[in-house]
Design a protein around this ligand. Structure first.
Ligand SMILES: Cc1cc2nc3c(=O)[nH]c(=O)nc-3n(C[C@H](O)[C@H](O)[C@H](O)COP(=O)(O)OP(=O)(O)OC[C@H]3O[C@@H](n4cnc5c(N)ncnc54)[C@H](O)[C@@H]3O)c2cc1C
Length: 645
C-alpha cells in the first residue's frame, strides 16, 4: 500500500490519502466512581492492558489519558515480530502486515577512504531477524497501532473507550485493605483539562491500578517505586520526513557513520515515501533536559545533511520531529509490594512500559517491550478477578518482566555505544570500520532478543517441566510458542498453530501424538484424551464451570504424525459440542504437514510425543510426557481455583 505521496496524513490507512481526515476529538465521558481495574495512560502498554481486559464482561475497566484524544503521529515506529504475534492474538496482525514497511535488509555506510568527507556503502545484508517468526519486523506509525487496539476495545463485548483530558494528580493506596481482594484500596485523583470543565477534580476508586503513564509516571511516584540507573546524558533528534534525495539506500534501513559529523540511522516507513531519521545530537550536562538545548528541526536537518555528503537530501516536509533525551533506567520493582515482600503480599498496583524502564530509541524496544509487559499482566489480573486463579499469580508479573527490562537496558547500553559517536570526535577510519562491523555482529547475536522472540521467563510454577525439554526441543519452556503449520483433519486447511493462541484468557494444551495411532484406544494420546474428558482429576473437568463450553478454560488440541486420520475416528472430546445449539467444533485436530513437518521443525520426539501447555500470553508453561497425567493435574492445581459458581 502506498500513501503520503502528497504530504503526510495521519489516521486510518485503509482510507485513501485524499479522503483521510483527522477524526474529531472523542467526547468527554463521565468517569466511573468505582472500577475493578484503573489504567492510567493510553500508550501501547495501557491500550494493550485495556484491550486484554475488554474481552471480559465480568470485569469493569477504566482507562484514563491526559491528552484530549488519541496519538496522531510520532514516537515509536518499529513493530517487532513478537509484537505482531501478540497483535495476532487480538486478531489484527493482518492490518499491520498489510500497512507496514517490512524490514528485510540493512545497509551499512562509512567514510570513503579515498574521500573521507564522503560516505560510501560497505555492504547490504539481510535483516538478522528474518525467519525467527512467521512475521517480519515491520515499521508503522505507533499511532496506527494505537488505533487498531482502540478499535478492538470499542468493538469488544465491553465496548471499552478511554476517558481523555484527565491528568492523574495522585494515587492513594489504603494499606489496611490491600490483602482483601474484594476491597477497593486505590483512590486516584484526576484533574480535567477539557474546556468545559478545566481544573475540575474527580476521583476513582479501584481494586487494582496499572500505571502505564510513561517515563514520568505519576502512578510510579505515588507508589514510591524508585528508578535505578543512569539519567539522560545524550540528546537525539528524531524526525519523520518526506525527502527528495540521490542517496540510493533511502528505502533500506541504514546505519551511516561519517568521519567528522557523527552518525545517522534511517528507517524507511510505511507507505513508500516517508523516512524516519535518528540524528545523534549533543551530550547533556548533568540535570540538563533535551528541551533545554533549544535546537529545532532545522538544526537536525542541517546535521543530517552534513552526514549524508556527497549525497543531497532535500527535505520537502517534516511530518513530526522531536528532540529527546535518553536515560537507561529500570524501576526497582514493577508492583507496589515492598522489595523483600517477606509477608508474601498480593500486589494491588503495577507499573508497566516506560513507567518502569527507559532506554534509547535505537533498538526500537520502547513500544516492543512496553506492550508485552501488559500482555503478561492482563491475563493474570483477569484470572484473579474472575476467581479462576489464586491471587499469588499476580506476584509473577514483576520478576518476569523486570528480568526482560534489565536485559533490555544491558542490550541498549551495548548498542548505544556502537551506534553513537560524539559529534565532535574525529574517529580513525579503522575505528569506524570496527564500529560498523560490531553493529552488524550485535544485531546477529541479539536477533532473538531484538525480535522479542527469545524473551524467556524464569523457571516458576507457571514455567516448568525443564526436565522434559528434549521432548520438544524447539518449543523452549518460558519462551513464546513458536508457531508452525499443520493440516486440519476435518477440512485439510493448513493452519498456523500459534494463531490458535488467542488473547482470551484461556490456557492451551497441545497434544503432540507419539508414533502410536491415536485412533487406537490403548495409545498414549487416546489414554490422555480419555483422562482429560472423564477423570475427576482432569484439569479440564475440574476447572471448567458447569454450563460453560468444555474448552472455555483449557482449550485442548491434538496434533498427530499419522497422515490418514479421519475426524470420526478421533475421540469426540477433540471435536466437542459447544454453544447454545451444541454445534461441534471441528477445528482442534491436526496432522503434520509432510512437506513442512512440525515434528521436525520443533524437534518433537516422534516416538514419545508430548504435551505442550501454553499460557494465555502464548508463553510455554510446561512440557510433559503424554502419560504424565498426575503431573498435568498437579501443574494446574498449583494456582487454579475450582469454580464456585
Ligand atoms: C516524545 C517521544 C518520542 C519518542 N520517540 C521514539 C522513537 O523515535 N522511537 C522509539 O522506539 N520510541 C520512541 N519513544 C518511546 C516510545 O514511544 C515508548 O517507549 C512507548 O510509547 C512506551 O509506551 P508506554 O505505553 O509505556 O508509554 P507512553 O507511550 O509514553 O504512554 C504514556 C501515556 O500516559 C499519558 N500520561 C502520562 N502522565 C499522565 C497522567 N499524569 N495522567 C494521565 N495520563 C498520563 C501520556 O500522555 C501517554 O499517552 C518516544 C517517546 C516519546 C515520549
Amino acid at each position: 500500500m502506498q500513501y503520503h505521496l502528497n504530504g503526510f496524513k495521519p489516521g486510518n490507512y485503509e482510507i485513501p490519502d485524499a479522503a483521510r481526515e483527522p477524526a474529531p476529538l472523542p467526547p468527554i465521558i463521565k468517569l466511573p466512581t468505582e472500577v475493578d481495574v484503573l489504567i492510567v495512560g493510553c500508550g501501547p502498554a495501557g491500550l494493550t492492558m485495556a484491550r486484554q481486559l475488554s474481552e471480559f464482561t465480568d470485569i469493569t475497566t477504566c482507562i484514563v489519558e491526559q491528552e484530549s484524544g488519541p496519538l496522531l503521529f510520532g514516537r515509536a515506529d518499529g513493530i517487532s515480530c513478537r509484537t505482531i504475534e501478540i497483535m495476532e492474538a487480538f486478531n489484527c496482525s493482518e492490518m499491520i502486515v498489510k500497512e507496514s514497511y517490512q524490514l528485510k535488509q540493512n545497509a551499512f555506510w562509512e567514510p570513503d577512504s579515498a574521500h573521507p568527507e564522503n560516505i560510501k556503502r560497505t555492504h547490504k545484508i539481510a535483516d538478522a531477524r528474518l525467519g525467527l517468526s512467521e512475521f517480519t519486523h515491520s515499521i508503522v506509525n505507533q499511532a496506527r497501532l494505537h488505533e487498531i487496539l482502540l478499535e478492538g476495545m470499542k468493538n469488544s463485548v465491553t465496548h471499552l473507550v478511554p476517558h481523555y483530558s484527565r491528568r492523574l494528580l495522585s494515587v492513594d493506596m489504603d494499606s489496611q485493605v490491600t490483602q482483601d481482594l474484594s476491597a477497593y484500596p486505590v483512590t486516584a485523583t484526576f484533574e480535567r483539562s477539557d474546556e468545559g470543565d478545566a481544573n475540575k477534580i474527580e476521583t476513582v476508586r479501584a481494586r487494582f491500578i496499572i500505571g502505564t503513564d510513561g517515563a514520568r509516571s505519576a502512578v510510579r511516584k505515588g507508589m514510591s517505586i524508585a528508578l535505578e540507573g543512569d539519567s539522560a546524558n545524550k540528546a537525539w533528534g528524531v524526525m519523520d520526513v518526506l525527502v527528495v534525495t540521490d542517496y540510493p539506500d533511502i528505502r533500506v534501513k541504514s546505519f551511516i557513520q561519517s568521519k567528522e559529523n557523527g552518525a545517522v540511522m534511517t528507517i524507511p516507513r510505511e507507505g513508500g515515501y516517508l523516512i524516519r531519521m535518528y540524528v545523534e545530537l549533543e551530550l547533556l550536562d548533568k540535570g540538563q533536559r533535551a528541551a533545554d538545548i533549544q535546537l529545532t528541526e532545522k538544526d537536525i536537518i542541517a546535521k543530517m545533511q552534513l552526514i549524508f555528503s556527497p549525497y543531497t537530501v532535500s527535505v520537502k516536509e517534516v511530518a513530526w520531529w522531536s528532540i529527546y533525551e535518553v536515560g537507561q533506567r529500570v524501576a526497582d520493582r514493577f508492583d507496589d509490594r515492598p522489595l523483600n515482600n517477606a509477608e508474601n503480599l498480593i500486589p494491588r498496583g503495577f507499573v508497566a512500559g516506560d513507567a518502569c524502564h527507559t532506554h534509547s530509541p535505537k533498538g526500537g524496544w520502547g513500544l516492543n517491550t512496553s506492550l508485552p509487559d501488559t500482555f503478561n499482566l492482563g491475563w493474570k489480573l483477569a484470572a484473579v478477578l474472575q476467581g479462576k486463579s489464586h491471587p499469588k499469580l499476580l506476584q509473577t508479573y514483576s520478576p518476569e518482566r523486570r528480568k526482560v527490562a534489565q536485559q533490555l537496558i544491558e542490550a541498549d547500553k551495548q548498542l548505544s555505544k556502537l551506534v553513537a559517536t560524539s559529534p565532535t570526535a574525529k574517529q580513525s577510519e579503522q575505528q569506524i570500520k570496527t564500529d560498523i562491523t560490531d553493529i552488524e555482529k550485535f544485531m546477529a547475536r541479539q536477533n532473538g532478543f531484538v525480535a522479542g522472540t527469545a524473551i524467556e521467563y524464569f523457571p516458576s510454577y507457571i514455567c516448568t517441566g525443564q526436565e522434559n525439554q528434549t521432548l520438544a526441543s524447539g518449543f523452549n519452556i518460558g519462551q513464546r510458542f513458536h508457531s508452525a503449520e499443520a493440516i486440519r483433519v476435518s477440512d485439510g486447511r493448513c493452519q498456523h498453530l500459534g494463531h490458535l493462541n488467542k488473547a482470551d484468557g484461556r490456557w492451551r494444551l497441545f497434544i503432540f501424538g507419539s508414533d502410536q495411532n491415536p485412533t487406537d484406544s490403548t495409545s498414549d494420546s487416546a489414554q490422555l484424551i480419555h483422562f482429560l474428558a472423564k477423570s475427576e482429576s482432569s484439569p479440564v473437568i475440574k476447572y471448567t464451570p458447569e454450563g460453560t463450553d468444555i474448552d472455555s478454560v483449557i482449550d485442548v488440541y491434538g496434533v498427530f504424525q499419522q497422515q490418514d486420520l479421519a475426524i470420526e475416528e478421533i475421540p469426540g472430546f477433540l471435536w466437542p459440542a459447544k454453544g447454545k445449539y451444541g454445534l461441534n467444533d471441528y477445528e482442534k485436530v491436526f496432522h503434520a504437514d509432510q512437506d513442512n513437518d512440525i515434528y521436525a521443525l520443533r524437534g518433537i520426539d516422534r516416538s514419545r510425543g508430548c504435551m505442550v501447555i501454553v499460557r494465555p500470553d502464548q508463553h510455554i508453561a510446561n512440557i510433559l510426557p503424554l502419560n504424565a497425567q498426575t503431573e498435568l493435574s498437579a501443574f494446574f492445581d498449583e494456582f487454579m481455583l475450582v469454580p464456585t459458581y
